[in-house]
Design a protein around this ligand. Structure first.
Ligand code: NAI
Length: 709
């Protein structure tokens, strides 16, 4: 069985993990911390050992192993690189998502490498770390792929600058495994012997934690949050109770190389270690506006010379974004020449606070203006990641007095303006596979406001624009959302009562807009009201409706009148993601209900059902050359024994025990059903002992391929 090269590019996750201070302390104890490093073990002023990051995305790693189809009996954790973006808070939820980026071939006898990359975010919104995992698949080499890059570090030809010796306890793995890696190899003496070891070995990731503590202790003691990178190559195994020495060479300020050796025999346990850390000054700067960051991201904010736009631009810049401050500096109704000074002033303010910004004075009201705004961002900063369509004017008139020029001026700035800027920006974002777009609507459009037919139409038009753009952007990781702000600005100075005007500062709207611009924003196609710290979502709901007639004969207006209660009811109203979905209830109303589909997931599926369905689920086209007998011994009240014979492209399922099966699978009935319906991951079932495999382990991986239940 070979690696599944089609898994390259496969998205894995999101995998989430909740943690509290107790998980941090348990991990710290597992990697040898104690009274000497009380900051890792005591909930008061607790600090996080950065390597906790990788121990907590173990499930992701397991998924990589399964998806790549690697021979599980030959997998070793080869290398691990972690880039830290923000300090890890002491509690919360990690959300990890990533892809298998590559598979390399070291040669028939040398194995293969499966590389995956993942981003982990905290539940408070900030990006925490990027992990690059390399699995060394000892038995999967020789598939004819590229050998891959070899990034090796040369240790200096001098004695290490620092050495840290530590001796893990003889039962260290028993404590470490409670942090999640419960593979039998580290606990079960018989399993360890069957795998060729004298006794259970240390977890590679446990030695990783020991090394992480050692480098922090010598390079930036007591300040683990300064670590920006920690890379290792796992080299040799080591038994618990054997002393280890971590040797550290400081290369320059902010960078050191290290390795960990078995002190008794000199074996390299961890090799090719790189650690990087930030200066105290950089950390202080980051500390000022920790949390959600926009470093290396480029934002365009239209109408940013004043009011809400100015605040968005300032707040984005404070959090690391490079900002194009667009504003033509016109009058409130859009008339007149315009002025450079509002945009210039905001740029000066951003720069005075140490941020990066560029002024742009083009009008959003023309396609040329929109293109010029986007071009200025690309020319100055190389890309566009975020667009906040915010520029706005007012021309309030009742409909009788609404001359075409007042109608058109509003459409040009608000509705066409958003199109003019968004279109060229979207094209750039699509190239980068990333974008965040915010549109600015208004309560006037969402609910109506006397004297604003032009403005209301434009503001509601933007919602329609979003509803379709969200679908077009989805596969390119471009998300578009709408805010309906309420703030005291030039536009509202004669509308809002003075005391309210003072209280409704634009700063209260900005947090939502920044969240919608952030990398981890999961929302796409939503509308939010925001003002004074009050936020709520606005949505279109569709009522269940009424069916009149049989869909063949046209009903009468009188029949509509008689059914009005049902037609207008919003009881059990639903929200639809797109127009096709919204047609569904209409089509369903006249088609026979598909009972099985409505019955929900196979909640009542029994083990017996599964084996009965197996022949139909057999994928004969994938069975060429396969000759195996799987024995399933399922324990529990619903269990029993079945065996499945796959030979010459056919499949036979029988109750009972096979004479000499190729592979025997042992599981409890509940777990087996969960595994089949996808509620239990095969790798975690295997590592946790819920799934036991006897005989040819490698062949067990064929099951997923041969049957599609
Ligand atoms: P503001 O008048 O303080 O800011 C709007 C900015 O847009 C001005 O600096 C103006 O020079 C600029 N601008 C106008 N036309 C432009 C064009 N063609 N090209 C480039 N820049 C242009 O107003 P505010 O309140 O900050 O408005 C921002 C957005 O929020 C607008 O879209 C507005 O309709 C919307 N809004 C505001 C509400 C509020 O309570 N302030 C309520 C609902 C919506």
């Amino acid at each position: 069985m070979a690696l599944n090269l089609d898994a390259i590019g496969k998205k894995i996750g999101p995998v989430t993990k909740d943690y509290t201070w107790k998980d941090l302390v348990l991990y710290a104890l597992g990697v040898g911390a104690g009274f000497d490093e009380l900051e890792y073990c005591y909930e008061h002023q607790l600090k996080v050992i950065p390597s906790f990051s990788i121990a907590s995305v173990f499930e992701f790693l397991a998924e990589v192993g399964m998806s790549s189809n690697a021979d599980l009996s030959g997998i070793l954790h080869g290398e691990q690189d972690i880039i830290f973006h923000s300090p890890i808070p002491i509690e919360g939820t990690f959300t990890t998502e990533g892809v298998i980026t590559n598979m390399y071939d070291k040669g028939p006898d040398k194995g293969a490498l499966v590389v995956a990359e993942a981003e982990t975010f905290h539940s408070m919104g900030q990006k925490l770390f990027t992990s690059i995992f390399t699995l060394f698949c000892r038995k999967d080499g020789g598939f004819g792929g590229e050998p891959g890059p070899t990034e090796t570090v040369e240790f200096p030809d001098r004695a290490p600058d620092f050495e840290e010796q530590s001796t893990p306890a003889s039962d260290q793995p028993l404590l470490y495994r409670l942090s999640g890696d419960i593979l039998q190899l580290h606990v079960d003496p018989d399993f360890a012997k069957a795998s060729g070891f004298e006794k259970p070995i240390m977890h590679g990731l446990c030695t990783h934690g020991f090394a992480c503590r050692a480098v922090i202790k010598h390079l930036f003691p007591g300040e683990p949050e300064r670590m920006t990178r920690f890379r290792v190559r796992f080299s040799r195994t080591i038994y618990p109770g054997v002393p280890m020495t971590t040797q550290i060479w400081k290369m320059e300020e902010g960078r050191a190389l290290f390795r960990t050796i078995n002190t008794e025999n000199g074996d390299l346990v961890i090799d090719q270690g790189i650690v990087e850390w930030m200066s105290k000054e950089a950390m202080e700067r980051r500390g000022k506006s920790g949390g959600i960051r926009f470093d290396d991201r480029v934002a365009i904010v239209t109408g940013a010379g004043a009011g809400l736009g100015r605040t968005y631009a300032m707040e984005l810049a404070k959090r690391g974004a490079k900002v194009v401050v667009n504003d033509l500096g016109g009058a409130r109704d859009g008339a007149g020449e315009g002025s450079k000074s509002p945009a210039d002033q905001v740029v000066d303010e951003i720069k005075a606070e140490g941020g990066e910004a560029l002024a742009n004075y083009d009008s959003v009201a023309t396609p040329e203006g929109g293109r010029a705004i986007v071009d200025s961002a690309v020319k100055a900063f190389g890309r566009v990641d975020m667009v906040i369509n915010n520029a706005g004017i007012l021309r309030d008139k009742t409909i009788a007095k609404m001359e075409p020029e007042n109608w058109d001026a509003i459409m040009d700035v608000h509705l066409k303006g958003a199109y003019n800027v968004t279109r060229p920006a979207f094209i750039k974002m699509r190239e980068n596979g990333y974008g965040r777009i915010v549109l600015t609507s208004s309560a006037a459009g969402l609910y109506g406001n006397f004297g604003q037919t032009n403005y209301s139409a434009a503001k509601m038009g933007l919602v329609g624009f979003m509803n379709t753009l969200k679908l077009e952007g989805e596969k390119h990781n471009i998300r578009v959302n709408t805010v309906a702000p309420v703030a005291g600005t030039r536009l509202t100075e004669d509308v809002l009562p003075p005391d309210l005007f003072e209280k409704l500062t634009p700063e209260f709207v900005a947090p939502l807009v920044l969240y919608l611009c952030s990398e981890q924003c999961p929302v796409n196609g939503a509308i939010y009201n925001a003002g004074m710290g009050y936020f709520n979502r606005v949505a279109f709901l569709t009522g269940p409706g009424a069916v009149i007639g049989d869909g063949k004969e046209v009903p009468t207006p009188e029949a509509v009148a008689a059914n009005m209660d049902g037609i207008k009811s919003l009881e059990d109203a639903e929200e639809f993601p797109n127009a096709t979905a919204a047609f569904g209830p209409m089509l369903d109303a006249f088609s026979p209900k598909k009972k099985e589909e409505n019955a929900g997931p196979s909640a009542k599926l029994t083990v017996k059902d599964i084996f009965e369905r197996l022949p139909n689920a057999f994928q004969a086209d994938k069975a060429a050359g396969v000759d195996v007998v799987f024995q399933f011994d399922i324990s529990g009240g619903d269990g029993g024994s079945w065996y499945v014979t796959v030979k010459d492209g056919t499949c036979e399922v029988a109750e009972g025990s096979a004479g000499s099966p190729t592979t025997t699978i042992k599981m409890a009935d509940d777990d087996f059903v969960k595994l089949i319906i996808g509620e239990l991951n095969a790798m975690s079932a295997f590592t946790s002992g819920k799934l036991k495999v006897e005989g040819d382990l490698m062949k067990s991986q064929l099951i997923e391929k041969l049957f599609s239940l």
